[in-house]
Design a protein. Structure first.
Length: 383
């Protein structure tokens, strides 16, 4: 048997097949044998790690198996219903000046003064149809017809959300800054041989270490990312204080993530954009008080911070004018951006819209404690 084991080809077969060699037979060709000095099969590493060597080539694989890094275990993701990608509107953004509104496509083609005007500001309109007239697009909007030389078409942002068959085994998150590269140690310099992630890449968190004022997350073997590069969900199916029943939506203002729970399981999660400084999303326990397939949202004053957002999709109002809703005018999910609402990508907002009903609990919290909790700091809210 000792002569057989000297064959590199057969040794490779044994290694790849996950077979191990009995300790007594290996001893025949070792002067100081360690009965566990072999590269353990993944199954053995997970079920009987005590049989794997703490030294030599098997030690690294055994340690990775203990951490859940080897063999890698995927998140329990389920596919979305393709209908979730449906948004019943298309959109245009107004330019920096007035937008003229016409009664017909013919009038819009001809130009002229128009019947009405939409003043400058942060203005988006939905449109039902588009016609090509005289080498220019004309859009039919709920406000009337507008010319293509005064508006531009909008491309919907991608939707990063994940749906689950059960609660994941460990924390996970999204990379919120493209080109984020790993370090070999927590707080260490960027690893020239490390992994670099695109924006909205999903990672699992295997360990966390505090370095100075920031957490560092282990996302792979010798791969660490600083917490400001990630929006993390730490699954917790325990109902928050004040929430009754088995279904709720949790919004983490610090991580800029949303998680939906049902019957003691995490069933959906995504990154969001909540209110920016001065327009915070108010922490607290709320219930959905209105559910609308679409709604127009407007605020501010003309010539100042005026905004008009036509046909915002999948709207769930939960705190005065603050709502969970679809967002087509930006894709900065993972960063506070809104005027108080919780902005979601279109498909993600569609999922939450179907999940929630009037009365569904919405738990908004900030584990950092940086968001004001005094109700006097809040007005009615906005998009």
């Amino acid at each position: 048997m000792a002569n057989v084991l000297r064959s590199p080809f057969l040794s490779l077969i044994l290694l790849l097949s996950g077979l191990t060699v009995p300790a007594g037979r290996v001893a025949a060709q070792q002067s100081s044998p360690d009965p566990r000095d072999f590269v353990c099969a993944p199954r053995l590493q997970l079920r009987q790690p005590q049989r794997c060597s703490p030294y030599g080539p098997g030690a690294r694989a055994t340690e990775l198996a203990r951490q859940g890094l080897f063999p890698p275990k995927p998140l329990p993701i389920v596919a979305f219903d393709p209908a979730m990608n449906f948004v019943p509107f298309e959109y245009v953004r107004a330019g920096s000046g007035d937008v003229r509104v016409y009664a017909s496509a013919e009038d819009a083609e001809g130009g002229g003064g128009g019947e009405a005007r939409i003043g400058p500001g942060f203005v988006y309109l939905s449109y039902a149809s588009r016609e090509e007239r005289g080498g220019m697009s004309v859009y039919s909007t709920p406000r009337g017809y507008v010319r293509g030389d005064e508006v531009s078409r909008v491309t919907l942002p991608s939707s990063p959300g994940l749906a689950f068959s059960r609660t994941p085994d460990r924390p996970f998150g999204w990379v919120i800054s493209g080109g984020s590269c790993t370090s070999r140690t927590p707080g260490g310099p960027l690893d020239p041989q490390g992994v670099c992630f695109t924006r909205q890449a999903v990672v699992q968190v295997y360990d966390v270490q505090r370095v100075d004022e920031w957490n560092w997350y282990k996302v792979g073997p010798d791969q660490w990312l600083e917490q400001r590069l990630l929006g993390v969900v730490n699954p917790d199916p325990t109902p928050p204080p004040g929430v009754t029943g088995d279904r709720w939506v949790s919004v983490n203002l610090y991580e800029q993530t949303l998680a939906a729970y049902d019957q003691g399981e995490l069933v959906f999660a995504t990154v969001v954009s909540s209110g920016r400084n001065g327009f915070w999303t108010q922490p607290g326990v709320f219930q959905v008080w209105a559910k609308l397939q679409r709604d127009d949202m407007t605020g501010g004053v003309a010539g100042g911070n005026y905004y008009y957002l036509g046909d915002v999709p999948w709207v769930l109002y939960f705190d005065q004018s603050r709502a969970l809703h679809g967002t087509y005018w930006h894709g900065r999910f993972g960063t506070p951006t809104s005027r108080g609402c919780v902005n979601l990508a279109p498909r993600d907002s569609h999922w939450i819209y179907d999940f929630a009903e009037e009365g569904t609990w919405v738990y908004v919290w900030d584990p950092s404690g940086n968001t004001p909790t005094d109700p006097a700091a809040y007005g009615p809210g906005g998009a």
